[in-house]
Design a protein around this ligand. Sequence first.
Ligand code: AMP
Length: 212
Amino acid sequence: MLLGAPGSGKGTQAEMITRHFGIPVTSPGAILRRERDLGTELGLETADITQHGGLVSDDIIVRLIEDWLRLHGSHGFVFDGFPRTIPQAESLQNILARHRTPLDLAIWLDVSEKTVGERIASRLQCQGCGFTTSLSSATFAERPVCPYCDGPLVRRNDDAAEVLKHRLQEFNAKTQPLAESYQKSGALRRIDGNRDREAVFGDISRLIEQAA
Ligand code: AMP
């Protein structure tokens, strides 16, 4: 699992892990954005919370993860942004015990407030495929377009400065305590996430290879 503050690079690294190692990834945040865009009941029910930077109820998130694992979890998994609370971590422990699957690594991407502020302020995401990039590297012919699917690159509605503040408060209050818990279980590995994506991925790759 990949844990860390908003803008720590969880989504970027999850995508690189999937591409390099072929391990399927799931991200409750990405699922909820897609559901919102599709206008489903789940998307509409949670849109207000995500837009304002709150955390969606543990019940909803755990159900999403259970459904995903049932369908895709037999070849391992990468969780991007799950768990985010102690009750979610406890539910996950029960789910993995039922699947007889160990948790190999809880990778914590450490980032400074400065890094978070800069990354979120310039983050762009493809509306079509979810690819994430930055304003400086994405502008092509004066129009930010996705290099993979040509979709429009837009800012996430929860990346606004005042929403980010709330997301960071939620992270500090509800997610930070997970570090201690995974430290105790021996799964926690901390990585300096302030560096560029390749440097961070180099460290993550080594951890995955050692765990295999
Ligand atoms: P992310 O794409 O991981 O930044 O998540 C975007 C938003 O989705 C978060 O700010 C929350 O509102 C919601 N969300 C994602 N993952 C979780 C989770 N594990 N628990 C509760 N809410 C979540």
